[in-house]
Design a binder for this molecule. Structure first.
Ligand code: S3P
Length: 165
C-alpha cells in the first residue's frame, strides 16, 4: 500500500498526527527526525550545533531516499524537507502527500519550547518564524491534500486524513 507522508511547517502537528494515524491505519510510523537521531546518536539540535544545517540536510536527504523505498508506512517529515526538490520528488513517488498547516499565531505558540528546534533558538524568534513561514508557504502547497490544524486536535486531523484517503 502507498505511504502517507505528512509535510508542513514546524509546529503543525506532523509527529503527533502521524503516530495516531499510523495506529488507526495499522501501519508502521516513521518520523524522519527521530530516525536521524537514532542513527547518529545525536539530537537534531546537537547535529546543527556540531556540524551545521547543511550536514543535517544531507542526513535528512539520505534518510528520505531510504525510507521512500518502504511501503505501508506513515511518514512524518521535518519542516524543511520541502527545501530540496529531490526530497519532494522521492516522497511524491512513494505515497500521498498531506500538508498540515496552521496560523502563524498557533505556530508561534506551539514552537515556544526552547532547545528543540535549532532554527528557532534565537533572540528574534518571532521574526524568524514569520520569515521562514512566509518563505516556505508555497513549498507546502505541493501536497495532494492540505489540512488547517489551527483549531483541530491531532486526533481530529488524523480522522480527516482517514476520510480523505
Ligand atoms: C526543521 C524542522 C524540524 C527539524 C529541524 C529543521 C525545519 O522538524 O527537522 O529542526 O527546517 O523546518 P519539525 O518540523 O518536526 O519541528
Amino acid at each position: 500500500m502507498k505511504n502517507v507522508v505528512l509535510i508542513g511547517f514546524m509546529g503543525t502537528g506532523k509527529t503527533s498526527t502521524g503516530r495516531l494515524l499510523a495506529g488507526r491505519l495499522n501501519r508502521t510510523f516513521i518520523d524522519i527526525d527521530k530516525k536521524i537521531e537514532l542513527e547518529t546518536g545525536l539530537t537534531i539540535s546537537d547535529i546543527f550545533q556540531l556540524y551545521g544545517e547543511n550536514h543535517f540536510r544531507q542526513l535528512e536527504r539520505d534518510v528520505i531516499a531510504r525510507v521512500s523505498r518502504y511501503t505501508n508506512t506513515v511518514i512524518a517529515t521535518g519542516g524543511g524537507v520541502v527545501l530540496k526538490q529531490e526530497n519532494m520528488i522521492r516522497l511524491k513517488n512513494t505515497g500521498i502527500i498531506i500538508a498540515l498547516t496552521a496560523s502563524l499565531e498557533a505556530i508561534l505558540e506551539r514552537t515556544s519550547r526552547r532547545g528543540v528546534r535549532p532554527l528557532l533558538d534565537c533572540e528574534d524568534r518571532a521574526e524568524r518564524v514569520a520569515r521562514l513561514f512566509h518563505d516556505r508557504a508555497s513549498l507546502y502547497m505541493r501536497a495532494d491534500y492540505s489540512i488547517d490544524t489551527t483549531c483541530l486536535s491531532p486526533h481530529q486531523v488524523a480522522e480527516r486524513i482517514i476520510a480523505f484517503l
